[in-house]
Design a protein around this ligand. Structure first.
Ligand code: PMP
Length: 287
């Protein structure tokens, strides 16, 4: 396995970075998780847009143009001979001194890792996941700037710890006001009387690429879609609930906090959206 590290391919064992890296010391950096389907990078432009917008927002100079970055992604995939898998692209502030000041960090680190993906077993897509709501809240400023896909994932890690303890695959995180925000690494949707709902990003949800693709599919398939705040009550009372994300794709939820959702398995809208999403990924991407 070859890792792209600041313009060079190094073996996994030799892919090392400085302990003075501010990504390591402070979570000062950004990242993307991207899928490769049949040799295509799914929604490459959207991922690069989100990465470069995040970089702009935190005043991080990415030492590659978008074209060069796309070239580096393609190069790393080829070097590893992968046709289906997952790409983790990380840009951290790079090494500085122990102070917070990013001005002391002359050069960002760019790391690209491609790997096989271990996802939910296929029956989970049919039967749905069990889920719980958890106590960590989307905190500030992340809750106000959820579009920045930063390396500050402590809340998400705390959510994961609680979901592990509850023995569930993904959990539901609320924002400070108690509105439903998202999962630990997935966006959330609910379906009620044929209408599809997802929280607006200002509630504290990442502007997920999969979320965007599902919103487009809803429009194309004629489902009414509303981006509006909702609470756990609306989740409990929903006909269908599902999570979306690069790794999870579209995964149904059959139970939340002990309440069965709908029929207790993937409902018709979720099933249709998953099928259409899987068609889309085979045609929509950069070679
Ligand atoms: N929310 C969070 C907090 C995430 O980390 C992710 C995964 N990147 C998502 C939502 C889903 O976004 P995407 O569809 O772009 O993977």
């Amino acid at each position: 396995q070859w890792i792209y590290l600041n313009g060079e391919y190094v073996s996994k064992e030799n892919a090392k970075i400085s302990v003075y890296d501010h990504g390591f010391l402070y979570g000062d950096g950004i990242f993307e998780g991207i899928r490769i389907y049949g040799g295509n990078i799914f929604r490459c432009k959207e991922h690069l847009d989100r990465l470069y917008d995040s970089a702009k927002s935190i005043m991080l100079d990415i030492p590659l143009t978008r074209e060069e970055m796309q070239g580096a992604l393609v190069g790393t995939i080829r070097k590893n001979g992968l046709r289906d898998g997952y790409i983790r692209l990380v840009v951290s502030r790079g090494p500085g001194n122990l102070g917070l000041d990013p001005l002391r960090c002359p050069a960002a680190y760019v790391v690209i890792i491609v790997e096989q993906l271990s996802i939910y077993p296929e029956d989970a897509y049919r039967d749905g996941l069990r889920s719980v709501s958890v106590s960590p809240r989307r905190n500030l400023p992340d809750a106000l700037n959820p579009k920045i896909k930063s390396l500050n994932y402590l809340n998400n890690v705390l959510v994961k710890i609680q979901s592990n303890q509850a023995g569930v695959g993904e959990a539901i995180m609320l924002n400070a006001q108690g509105y439903v925000a998202e999962g630990s690494s997935d966006n959330i949707f609910v379906v009620k009387r044929g209408v599809v709902y997802t929280p607006p990003c200002y509630i504290g949800a990442l502007e997920g690429i999969t979320r965007g693709a599902i919103m487009e599919l809803c429009e194309r398939l004629g489902y009414k879609l509303k981006e509006e705040p909702f609470t756990l009550h609306d989740v409990y009372a929903a006909d269908e609930v599902f999570f979306t994300g690069t790794a999870a794709e579209v995964i149904a939820v059959r139970e939340v906090d002990g309440r069965a959702i709908g029929e207790g398995r993937a409902g018709p809208v979720t099933t249709r959206l998953l099928a259409e999403f899987r068609k889309l990924v085979t045609v929509d991407g950069v070679k």
